[in-house]
Design a protein around this ligand. Sequence first.
Ligand SMILES: [Zn+2]
Length: 300
Amino acid sequence: MKVKVALRILLERSVKKMGKGMNPIVKTAALEMIELAYNEGIYVQISAGYRSLEEQASLYGQGRVYIYNGKNYSNLAKPNVTNAKPGQSYHNFGLAIDFFIVSDDGKKAIWTVNSKWQRVAAIGKELGFIWGGDWSSFKDYPHLEMTGGLSYKQLQAGKKPYITSPKTSKGDGHIMSIQKTINSRYKTSIAVDGVYGPKTRSALIKGLQVELYKQFNKKLVVDGKWGPKTKNATVTIKKGASCNITWILQAALYMKGFNPDTLDGEFGGKTEAALYKYQKASRISADKLAGKVTWNELFA
Ligand SMILES: [Zn+2]
């Protein structure tokens, strides 16, 4: 019988590959992801994390002629691997990681995007990552990132992202007050622990279903589960909207790390700005409308 690779080994190798310069919450979430996958019998490692601007330049130079800061990074012997110039990748700010699956004995890298791969991505998303496999234009299956709602330009200008991860940022006061509101408004009894876990997510979906049923006359089962029926029953709301469903949107955006400033149920400029940032970061149409695609992105 073959000996299975130890969790400690996967974590050690991954820490080394992520390098110094990682955002601490992103790093913690990455290690958490490895452990959660390990508990399900899926062995995963991180192949890349923080990448300096010079490292990005040499990566960008693969397959092209490229000069950066007066230095020649052209490397035509190698194939093109990225379209991101220095400062145009969340890796450059310690906010992104790349992962791959390893064989049970830990000796072989497996790059096939199979059900195990999809499961790791799903765990990553539960931890607050955006997955490159969800992008429509260019699919980057190993890639996971947290943007904190900031663009490359803002990060380059030195803006610090506000990163939250459901499992690592314990006891967030805003999440606690969201949980209290859900419990009183939707008759749930979730723990008020300030952590956006599966139960809080489900209670928030339940809240959305209740509002769709009560306010918009949508016939659907209020079960707290996300599926095609709920997705199709969603309504589009935009700036100017004022109702409990706006509050659900604000809460969901907050959970994803896009703070609408106040959770008052009023769809104002700040909610619109948070929505816009979230749509851009998720690579969905940034139309500032919370419609089917946005609701699905928030809860699927
Ligand atoms: Zn990447």
